[in-house]
Design a protein around this ligand. Structure first.
Ligand code: ADP
Length: 263
């Protein structure tokens, strides 16, 4: 990966951009977004996360910054919320603009499109890498994002799936979307791939195994790696605990380091 600053009004102050896509909800796309961001941050880069999952924004909760206020610059741009003391991880999410965490975003296409445009053009990032967490599927948000991102430095998309065929079919549709919109596919992550018992070290393939890798082979896309089920990740999300604390000790982080090296 290399860093090159863009002077385009889209994504101001962003070096390079990665899109995270999944065919289905619940496969671990937001978790992968956070883990990728923490990994790239641990390599000394400044990283931003833009959460455009308008109907299910979960990044602020995962990073323990739910309910924070978003400040505005004198020029009227949003300032992303800083997650760490070193100011190397900052995020912006639609969740920050909702009155309460139980509020639902019930918007038709044009309103969603204008929010996406604003999120892509009116934020002062100041990061080397921006990771965009998109909603599952190929909806208004994706089309609008791709239209607006045309002139930005987009490295490409990372696709996240679980190993079973039900999820794989949907990822195949994501691949078609990337092809049609001309975005490079950097690879496929197979998440929730096996669970290693902490007592006997036996690996159980609870959600089957190898479907993501098989899809990568058949579609000629790079396979980025298998991420095991780590119950502590689920606990973090459940309890709203900060992933930063878990990151250093989780076996999942070691796999993500290998994933980032392949991008
Ligand atoms: P998505 O963004 O695809 O909807 P999330 O990232 O929100 O999915 O993950 C859904 C749930 O699965 C969350 O509770 C999350 O903590 C959990 N999860 C995701 N990946 C893993 C993993 N590798 N091990 C354990 N739990 C995981």
């Amino acid at each position: 990966m290399s860093v090159a600053a863009s002077s385009d009004p889209i994504l101001q102050g962003v070096g390079n951009t990665l899109l995270i896509l999944s065919g289905k909800g619940g496969v671990g796309k937001s978790t992968a977004t956070v883990q990728l961001a923490l990994t790239i941050r641990s390599m000394g880069h400044r990283v931003g996360i833009l959460d455009i999952d308008l109907c299910g924004p979960s990044i602020p909760r995962m990073l323990g910054v739910e309910g924070r206020d978003v400040l505005t610059t004198p020029e009227g741009n949003w300032v992303p919320v800083c997650v760490d003391e070193e100011k190397r991880l900052s995020i912006l999410s639609i969740a920050f603009f909702l009155d309460s965490k139980d509020d639902a975003v019930i918007w038709r296409g044009p309103k969603k499109n204008s929010m996406i445009k604003q999120l892509l053009t009116s934020v002062d990032w100041g990061v080397d890498y921006l990771i965009i967490d998109t909603p599952p599927g190929t909806s208004d948000e994706h089309i609008s994002t791709m239209e607006n991102l045309r002139s930005a430095n987009v490295l490409g998309a990372v696709l996240v799936t679980t190993p079973q065929m039900m999820a794989i079919d949907d990822v195949t549709r994501e691949l078609t979307f990337c092809k049609r919109t001309g975005i490079a596919v950097l690879g496929i992550i197979e998440n929730m791939s096996g669970f290693v018992c902490p007592n006997c070290s036996d690996c159980s393939n609870i959600l089957a195994s190898g479907g993501g890798e098989q899809l990568a082979i058949t579609s000629g896309v790079q396979f980025l790696g298998r991420i095991p089920i780590d119950p502590r990740l689920t606990q973090c999300t459940e309890l709203g605990q900060n992933y930063l604390e878990l990151f250093a000790n989780s076996p999942v982080s070691a796999v993500y380091k290998e994933v980032v090296c392949k991008l």
